[in-house]
Design a binder for this molecule. Structure first.
Ligand SMILES: [Zn+2]
Length: 142
């Protein structure tokens, strides 16, 4: 649809805390904030480690494997850019690296009627525009 194609998407707004995540995504690498002191991941990035209170935080690459923790199927476009994309899946994916390490994302390449909590998923990439690539997830196997 020409009308919606001209609407610009809602884009991320990287800052000093989150730019590593978007830089990694542009290279199709899923980088998650990692504490250099205790080794735990946390997401979204914060100025301090929630586990050990260290400020010595970096980034670590994760496998991109995970499971669907929760999801919903969006059937209304709350921004014009989504008008030709509904229905689509908004999900919370728990990454394989650490219990409770969760990422809000979309599930793609999936039979919407068959998606279930606990399904195994794998990261794949959606290039939003020249600047941003988004980590999204697809079901593993059938
Ligand atoms: Zn820590």
């Amino acid at each position: 649809m020409t009308e919606t194609a001209q609407v610009r998407p809602v884009r991320p707004a990287p800052d000093s805390l989150t730019s590593f995540f978007w830089d990694g995504a542009r290279e199709r690498r899923l980088l998650i904030q990692k504490c250099a002191s205790c080794g735990r991941f946390q997401h979204p990035p914060e100025p301090v480690c929630h586990h050990c209170l260290s400020f010595d935080l970096g980034a670590g690459e994760v496998s991109g494997r995970g499971t669907i923790y929760s999801f919903e199927i969006a059937t209304q476009a709350f921004h014009p850019w989504f008008a030709d994309k509904i229905p689509f899946v908004i999900a919370v994916v728990e990454l394989a690296e650490q219990p409770g390490l969760k990422l809000i994302t979309n599930i793609v390449e999936a039979d919407l009627a068959a998606i279930e909590i606990g399904d195994e998923v794998q990261v794949t990439w959606h290039q939003l525009d020249d600047e941003f690539t988004l980590p999204v997830f697809r079901p593993v196997g059938g």
